[in-house]
Design a protein around this ligand. Structure first.
Ligand code: NAD
Length: 495
């Protein structure tokens, strides 16, 4: 029996007349029927959210009351962890091991962390800056915040945004990707059961083409927090410019890993495999370009290929599966087109590059882990985001050359440096154009550390104090302290 997934608006679960079949990318089979929002439901959500912020109880709650709700959502995610892990696995094709041990617990942890820390992050600051005035700086909520989330980490990215935005006192309209709305709609039930007032969180599923402009351009929305592709990011910035509203843009990447001669090759190879093939390479921080110093290049490449061939592709519901399917057939076609173009530009596929022949996988959107060499720095695939299990491996001689290659693209999201020489690593980290640089590790996200890219990878931060404060606006109140109660302006016209 297929799951029915209603929208959640103003505290009500709403079935709409227009529905969308949600597919399991492992099997191509329909697993759920999700309601799709039309302009009517967008209007309902916009007016409910505005009303909840302007006249509802949520902004009046004390910080301790707000904290209680945030903690209840964390507990609700934990209480439903195994169901959520199943749903995320079925909807995205991520291996069940990943959804069970990464996506769902990390989502709960973000809410727990925010519950424990946001009051410290908010603490209003009273400053006596001058002899004649006292200033009070108050971080206020932004108001109505639209959160737009991609399909690669549907629940986790939702929770990164939602935990901060809610803790800061905002009301929310959440739009998950129309490919992967299931866990967001399940989260709506958890939020409802936690007793948040009606209209504080609204979840509307719909395609960007149909509802994006209406949602983002509306005057009742104060802020947009977007994670997704550059193309969509640019469209959203256009919509939001109509009423000049704050935006956060977490966009694409073409990240580089720099591997120096002195590494433990086994550690560097194992970690590099994870850094590109986890989640089928559908990660904004995927290390899709690996630069290896010439002294270990041949050995690294041979070991990387040998192990890449051993990665176990399989149905996502099998705990032994290491790589599941891509999100859709369209995504797979896009990846194949990138590989064909790379070959035409001189690149060589030395591992994978095709759809697996295994009969068990024939109905899903699987693709083999793929390695290319001899790809020139001017090739499309060197500069553009593929968003799949495809990596380019290159040789370099010195660190300056590696930094130049790493920095030669328009994205600047993340990088990895592998060396035992921590002085070299920190020097190189300082020169790399990226919002996050990992040294001798990969993919470690911490709730206390802000994360976000530079250049075409976007602007604004998620997580940490800085990520939380994105969802606030800073008010400055200045109180005159002139001893006689007569401020300087009193004397200006000499009356
Ligand atoms: P996408 O841009 O196609 O979609 C992202 C979201 O935007 C979805 O919810 C989609 O429905 C919505 N959308 C699409 N058109 C819209 C419009 N016109 N108006 C409003 N909303 C619209 O991206 P995707 O394919 O879902 O995700 C992959 C992309 O996300 C990659 O580029 C990846 O690098 C990026 N990403 C970035 C980060 C980061 O932190 N920087 C994290 C994850 C993913």
């Amino acid at each position: 029996m297929n799951l029915k997934c209603p929208l959640y608006i103003n505290g009500q679960f709403i079935e709409t007349s227009e529905k969308q079949n949600i597919l399991n990318p492992s099997t191509g089979k329909v697993i759920a029927e999700a309601s799709l929002a039309s302009t009517k439901e967008v209007e309902l959500a916009l007016s409910a959210a505005r009303e909840a912020f302007d006249h509802g109880p949520w902004p009046q709650f004390s910080l301790l009351q707000r904290r209680e709700f945030i903690a209840k959502i964390a507990q609700g995610i934990l209480d439903n962890a195994s169901e959520l892990a199943q749903l995320e696995m079925q909807n995205t094709g991520k291996p069940i091991k990943e959804t069970t041990f990464m996506d769902i617990p990390s989502s709960a942890k973000t809410f727990e962390f925010m519950a424990d820390n946001f009051i410290d992050y908010l603490g209003d600051e009273k400053l006596s800056i001058l002899d004649d005035a006292k200033a009070i700086l108050i971080p206020e909520p932004m108001g109505v915040v639209v959160l737009i989330v991609p399909w690669n980490y549907p629940l986790l990215i939702t929770c990164w945004k939602l935990a901060s935005a809610l803790a800061a006192g905002n009301v929310i309209i959440l739009k998950p990707s129309s490919f992967t709305p299931l866990t967001a709609l399940e989260l709506a039930k958890i939020i409802h059961n936690a007793g948040l007032p009606a209209g504080v969180v609204n979840v509307i599923n719909g395609t960007g083409a149909k509802i994006g402009e209406e949602l983002c351009a509306d005057k009742r929305v104060d802020m947009i927090s977007f994670t997704g592709s550059n193309e969509t990011g640019r469209q959203i910035l256009q919509y939001s410019s109509k009423h000049v509203k704050k935006s956060i843009m977490e966009l694409g990447g073409k990240s580089a890993s720099l591997i120096f001669n002195d590494v433990d090759i086994e550690v560097a190879v194992n970690s590099s495999l994870t850094s590109i093939f986890l989640n089928q390479g559908q990660m904004c921080t995927a290390m899709s370009r690996i630069f290896v110093q010439e002294g270990i290049y041949d050995k690294f490449l041979a070991s990387f290929i040998e192990k890449a061939k051993r990665i176990k592709l399989g149905l996502a519901d099998n705990f032994q599966t290491q790589m599941g399917p891509l999100i859709s057939d369209a995504q797979r076609k896009k990846i194949i087109a990138y590989i064909d173009k790379a070959k035409a530009e001189g690149g060589k596929v030395i591992c994978g590059g095709k759809i697996p022949e295994n009969a068990e996988l024939k109905n899903g959107y699987f693709f083999e882990p793929t390695v290319l060499i001899d790809v020139g720095a001017h090739s499309h695939i060197f500069k553009e985001e593929v968003f799949g299990p495809v990596v380019l491996i290159h040789k370099f001689s010195g660190s300056d050359e590696a930094v130049t290659l790493a920095n030669s693209v328009d994205f600047a999201l993340a990088a990895c440096i592998w060396t035992k020489d921590l002085f070299l690593a920190q020097d190189v980290a300082g020169k790399i154009n990226a919002g996050t640089v990992w040294i001798n590790t990969y993919g470690m996200f911490y709730n206390q550390l802000p994360y976000g890219g530079f250049k075409q990878s976007g602007f604004g931060k998620e997580l940490g104090r800085e990520g939380f404060l994105e969802y606030t606006r800073l008010k400055n109140i200045i109180i005159d302290k002139s001893p006689d109660g007569k401020p300087l302006v009193n004397y200006w016209y000499g009356f």
